[in-house]
Design a protein around this ligand. Structure first.
Ligand code: E4P
Length: 217
């Protein structure tokens, strides 16, 4: 399973990259705004910096919602770096844009996926990734993991190449459950990724080994 980090914060991206387990980065307009990135020039420069830190797929989201504007914007984003993946919202014009980019070999990530039907449409339109938002479904008492499971079944039934990029991850159990269900990728904030490191028996065991190692000196 691939690990992407879901942030536009350069320090956190570097920390995950230094860990040696990072395969890519996802961003969205909210995450970019949180870092104070404003204006096309600054936005594009920020994506370029991320591409220079991480050698993997970097999702850059379009800000427009009409077919013509998404095409224009996506083509500009794709020019920033070969690793840019154009992130397109799951709307009617978005599906048309996915097909346009797919026909031209530009990688896409279809975002804001909340149902199996949306994931099926995105795969048919040739999206490279679909991003089901499991935490946001959990927030409204709908089982987000069930959606991952449904999409996995549908894609396996028909051999779709579209990768399931489980998004809106809230804690380390989400990551483990996605791995069990066969999600291709998880995109997570840094916290849940680092939480995977923790176990009290590891800490206890290491403290004992350190103590006993003094007897060997
Ligand atoms: C996906 O690519 C989104 O950036 C993200 O995972 C949304 O997560 P949130 O629900 O925590 O905002």
């Amino acid at each position: 399973m691939k690990f992407f980090i879901d942030t536009a914060n350069l320090e956190q991206i570097k920390e995950a990259q230094d860990l040696g387990i990072l395969d890519g980065v996802t961003t969205n307009p909210s995450l970019m705004a949180k870092e104070g990135i404003k204006g096309t020039e600054a936005i594009n420069a920020h994506y370029k910096t991320i591409c220079e830190i991480v050698d993997g797929d970097i999702s850059a989201e379009v800000l427009s919602t009409t077919y013509e504007e998404m095409i224009k914007e996506g083509e500009e984003l794709a020019k920033i770096h070969p690793n840019i993946v154009v992130k397109i919202p799951m709307i009617k014009d978005g599906v048309k844009a996915l097909k346009y980019f797919s026909d031209r070999g530009i990688k896409t990530n279809c975002t804001l996926i909340f149902s199996a039907g949306q994931a099926l449409l995105a795969a048919k339109a040739g999206a490279n990734y679909v991003s089901p938002f499991l935490g946001r479904l959990d927030d409204i008492s709908v089982d987000g993991l069930n959606l991952i499971n449904e999409i996995r079944t549908i894609y396996d039934n028909y051999g779709y190449d579209t990768e399931i990029l489980a998004a809106s991850i809230r804690h380390s159990m989400h990551i483990i459950d996605c791995a069990k269900l066969g999600a291709d990728v998880i995109t997570s904030p840094l916290g849940p990724i680092l939480s995977l490191l923790n176990h009290p028996l590891t800490d206890k065991g290491l403290a004992q080994f350190i103590e006993d190692s003094k007897k060997m000196a």
